[in-house]
Design a protein around this ligand. Structure first.
Ligand SMILES: Cc1cc2nc3c(=O)[nH]c(=O)nc-3n(C[C@H](O)[C@H](O)[C@H](O)COP(=O)(O)O)c2cc1C
Length: 182
């Protein structure tokens, strides 16, 4: 009932609507990770925000140890492919805040994250996202935003690093970022 009153009231703006519909609901961290960095960040964010964590796994996974992953993965990303995912539990109505994590692939979001966004309507939802990459993000964050619907975007983060030392620093940044989302 309250849900419909909020949705129908023309005096309640999108951001206010999103805040009102968030009340009392859980937070979800949804991520895809091929080589583990995004997964480690997801676990940090989950712990800080006491969130549910959902891993996206394509049915046909790339071999994370093969250098061919750059060719096939880069091609899929460039072509905006949406690969089929292994079954996972996610009920959009259960969550008031959804935090999305993806590696940068071919300077855009990863195909499994694109599949997730195709499967769920996040309109008016409170959303934040982060991306990790080896080099500069270039247009990756813009492309992620373009793939998001009309949501209430409250935060974004880019983490860059090639060696594990960089990632130690990145994990610290991720924790700080998650604390700002509380
Ligand atoms: C298929 C593929 C494409 C990638 N494309 C880019 C890219 O365009 N720019 C970049 O800086 N890093 C790129 N990377 C590196 C990843 O974004 C980076 O290593 C990321 O931290 C990996 O996250 P993960 O360990 O959670 O899989 C690519 C990696 C893969 C596997």
């Amino acid at each position: 009932m309250v849900f419909f009153l909020i949705q129908l009231n023309p005096h309640v703006h999108r951001r206010q609507k999103s805040e009102l519909l968030t009340m009392g609901k859980k937070t979800a961290v949804v991520y895809f990770s091929l080589t583990g960095h995004t997964q480690a960040v997801a676990e940090i964010v989950q712990e800080v925000l006491d969130a549910d964590i959902i891993a996206l796994k394509p049915i046909k996974s790339l071999n994370s140890k093969s250098s061919m992953k750059f060719v096939w993965g880069g091609y899929q990303a460039k072509m905006n492919k949406t690969p089929d995912l292994e079954p996972y539990e996610f009920d959009v109505e259960k969550y008031g805040f959804i935090i999305l994590g993806s590696p940068v692939w071919a300077w855009t979001l990863s195909p499994p994250m694109r599949s997730f966004l195709k499967q769920h309507d996040l309109t008016n939802k409170k959303v934040a996202f982060w991306m990790g990459s080896m080099g500069p993000k270039k247009k990756a964050a813009e492309r992620f935003k373009k793939a998001l619907p009309e949501c209430n975007l409250v935060g974004e983060l880019h983490l860059q690093g090639t060696h594990e030392e960089n990632w130690g620093e990145n994990y610290r940044k991720a924790k700080e970022w998650a604390q700002t989302l509380q």
